[in-house]
Design a protein around this ligand. Structure first.
Ligand code: SAM
Length: 368
């Protein structure tokens, strides 16, 4: 086969694979789905990767979250995951789970994944065991990493590795991904194959609070005179927009960003300029939810939902790199490249083409 025929064949082959990539639909499941932070994130990631995603199963125990999820995605999540047989969950490529931060002391001195029984992590593990998706992303509070001197995390990673996944984890902060919210979360990713996954770069400029907060809000969001006066007696009000954070000891700190939204915090935990609560929409913006997200529950429920949710841009960045790693694997699986280079070298050797020239041609053929 002459040199140019090999290259033409190689180009055609890569184009076919490229076309395959465009039409590939990644099926995902959304466990502990809340109001769908992961659902938005994977949709963003699929756009960035020019691939398609489809939610084939979701689970959420809280009826208000179910209502929000259904209103926004047209899918009513199944209920309690502990009651769902993994065999009844549809096949999928990617498992997503922002699992609740249970008291991790439950995960005792376990030796294998059976010893995680009684934790919601066990439910993730048993689904991975049964369905063997090619990748997963889990999300939890940063505290998980240091819990019990790191033992809990080591046990989680060991369990996932024993299920034959290549696992890595990283703590990421929403403030590094453009959101004016300090929210540190651990992300755990796993792949069946040994893929070239990079954690996202954290260099997105933080939006200012003025980009997120409304100029005028209803009077109902304002704190009582007593609370406002108490705040002002403790701190001077800066000229710029700030969020005043009250810690458990009652100390006030003032920042040009928000501290982590929390589902169960007191109503005065975060006050804009020391005087008013965040509106439902502002809380969702602080988590990176789109303006089109329909708010269908009351203030108390929406506040809880936003506080439990994940920062969408962080999860989008992780999933963009994850889909890219999977896509690259399916376009350029090593064995295909190896065999193509072997073929090319074998054929071009017949014609005495120098090695350096061949390498350049291979690279050019693969990258065009
Ligand atoms: C940390 S939140 C995850 C929120 C989600 N990532 C989001 O973007 O909104 C955990 C969720 O798990 C749900 N949950 C707790 N126990 C559950 C169970 N046994 N089955 C299904 N969902 C459960 C909670 O109601 C909560 O909404």
């Amino acid at each position: 086969m002459p040199d140019f025929c090999v290259l033409t064949y190689l180009k055609f082959y890569v184009e076919c694979l490229e076309r395959g990539k465009m039409s590939k639909v990644f099926r995902f499941i959304d466990l502990f789905c809340g109001i769908g932070g992961f659902h938005y994130a994977i949709k963003n990631a699929s756009k960035a990767n020019k691939s398609n995603v489809e939610c084939v199963f979701s689970s959420e125990i809280d009826p208000f979250c179910q209502e929000s999820y259904e209103s926004n995605f047209g899918i009513k999540p199944s209920g309690d995951i502990t009651k769902i047989d993994a065999k009844n969950i549809p096949d999928h490529d990617i498992l997503l789970a922002g699992f609740p931060c249970q008291p991790f002391s439950i995960i005792g001195d376990m030796k294998g994944f059976n010893d995680t029984r009684g934790t919601l992590f066990f439910d993730i593990a048993r689904i991975l065991f049964e369905k063997k998706p090619q990748a997963f992303v889990l999300e939890n509070v940063k505290l998980l990493v240091g819990h019990n001197n790191g033992k809990t995390m080591r046990k989680i990673i060991k369990t996932l590795s024993d299920l034959n996944y290549n696992v890595s984890f990283k703590v990421l902060n929403a403030i590094d991904f453009g959101l004016p919210q300090k929210r540190e979360r651990v992300f755990i990713v796993g792949f069946k194959n040994n893929l070239n996954f990079d954690w996202p770069k954290m260099n997105i400029k933080m939006k200012s609070l003025d980009d997120i907060l409304d100029d005028q809000v209803d009077n109902k969001y304002y704190a009582s005179k007593k609370i406002k006066n108490k705040r002002l007696s403790m701190k001077n009000k800066p000229n710029e927009t700030t969020i005043w954070h009250e810690n458990i000891a009652g100390n006030i700190s003032i920042y040009p960003y928000s501290c982590a939204l929390r589902a169960g915090a007191s109503y005065n935990y975060l006050l804009v300029n020391g005087e008013r609560r965040l509106t439902e929409r502002e809380m969702l913006r602080l988590q990176g939810f789109p303006e089109g997200f329909k708010i269908v529950c009351n203030y108390t429920q929406t506040r809880k939902q936003a506080g439990n949710s994940l920062p969408v841009p962080v999860a989008s960045s992780v999933l963009t790199n994850l889909l890219s790693a999977i896509n690259n694997e399916s376009i350029y699986p090593n064995r295909i490249i190896d065999s193509q280079i072997y073929l090319l070298e074998k054929e071009t050797n017949k014609y005495g083409t120098p090695k350096t020239k061949k390498r350049r041609k291979v690279r050019a053929a693969v990258s065009t």
